[in-house]
Design a protein around this ligand. Structure first.
Ligand code: FES
Length: 334
């Protein structure tokens, strides 16, 4: 069964380059105004990659505002070695149409805490912008404390900086360079009062490091909320072979296609929801692995990733070849 998200026609009404590799898209649904949304929400949208329709998720940037006429705003980083979705988005021009879902939210903000730390890595800043806006308003009313750490590799990757500075002032700290040389996660987490919540979005290695540091500090996992964009792994994406004996499938997964998309194109109906390596709904059993798995999800535990008995095909890949089982059972014919 595929995700049963309904997509609606929409139009690109404005484009703005935020950095040399991050472009903001304003999208207007064809049928009137955009539905409203809360901090942490994202849109699913259909993009054409190599002539095939594929689904991608993009966080909404900024709170809904009447001044925007309830348009959706997303920011897309162009990944030249990615799966092709961002390049397809970057080919869109003002006036082009596309199909988008209504806002969905797997990363909601809980306003019951008194202290908040937001940590963004690269384009992972996108869902945290709205959180910063909402938390700053919340802090003014309640006295809650808020701090944001925003790390990028190079200075020109600091997208949305003017808006963040205006929203957060001194509560924003930026870091430029390799994360390990700049952000002191252990010190930041140690400085948080008890009961603080940490929200983070960024590449999987950053999220894994935060999870490890958070747990080592004795913090409750329930107070750590994260979202990934599931695009970075240990190895560059490359083609690999996958077999699903139950369905007599033996195919190559191209470098620019996810394992999940390749299986769906081959006729396997996989169960999936987030398609970002977070919900675990798409997880499949690994029957055999030749080579190395490149687990890019944040759902499986470290132990499960080492064992590689399961894999999240929406984001994870292998270097080598893989034999899988699928829970999908085709309807009997006739
Ligand atoms: S669909 Fe959510 S982890 Fe794959």
């Amino acid at each position: 069964m595929k995700s049963n998200t309904t997509l609606y026609p929409a139009t690109v009404v404005a484009l703005r380059d935020l950095t040399p590799t991050v472009r903001e898209f304003e999208i207007q649904p064809s049928a009137g105004s955009a539905a409203t949304w809360q901090a942490g929400a994202h849109l699913q949208m259909e993009v054409m990659v190599n002539g095939r329709a594929q689904i991608r998720s993009y966080s909404l940037v900024g709170l809904p505002s009447a001044g925007h006429g309830q348009r959706y705003s997303i920011a897309v980083k162009r990944m030249d070695d990615g799966r092709g979705g961002s390049q397809a988005m970057w080919r869109l021009a003002v006036g082009d149409t596309l199909a988008v879902s209504q806002p969905q939210n797997h990363f909601p903000l809980d306003l019951s805490a008194q202290h908040y730390l937001l940590v963004a890595g690269g384009i992972g800043i996108t869902p945290l912008v709205m959180m910063a806006q909402q938390l700053q308003a919340h802090a003014l009313k309640t006295g809650a404390t808020l701090r944001m750490l925003y790390g990028v590799r190079t200075q020109d990757e600091l997208a949305l900086l003017p808006l963040l500075r205006e929203t957060l002032g001194d509560a924003l700290q930026t870091f430029v360079g390799e994360r390990n040389e700049t952000m002191d996660l252990a010190a930041e987490i140690a400085a948080l009062p008890a009961g603080a919540q940490l929200y983070t979005c960024g590449p999987v290695p950053l999220l894994e490091a935060i999870k490890k540091t958070w747990t080592a500090a004795g913090r409750a996992l329930a107070d750590l909320r994260f979202e990934t964009f599931g695009s970075s792994g240990r190895f560059p994406a490359q083609a690999f072979r996958v077999c699903v004996p139950r369905h007599q499938i033996d195919i190559m997964v191209p470098a620019d296609t996810t394992l999940l998309d390749a299986l769906e194109q081959a006729g396997v109906e996989a169960i999936a929801d987030c398609r970002r390596g977070e919900c675990g709904l798409c997880t499949m059993d690994v029957l055999a692995l030749e080579g190395e798995a490149d687990h890019r999800d944040v759902f499986l535990s470290e132990h499960e990733k080492q064992e590689s008995r399961r894999i999240c095909p929406c984001v994870s890949r292998v270097v080598g070849s893989l034999t899988l089982d699928s829970a999908y059972r085709p309807e009997p014919q006739g």
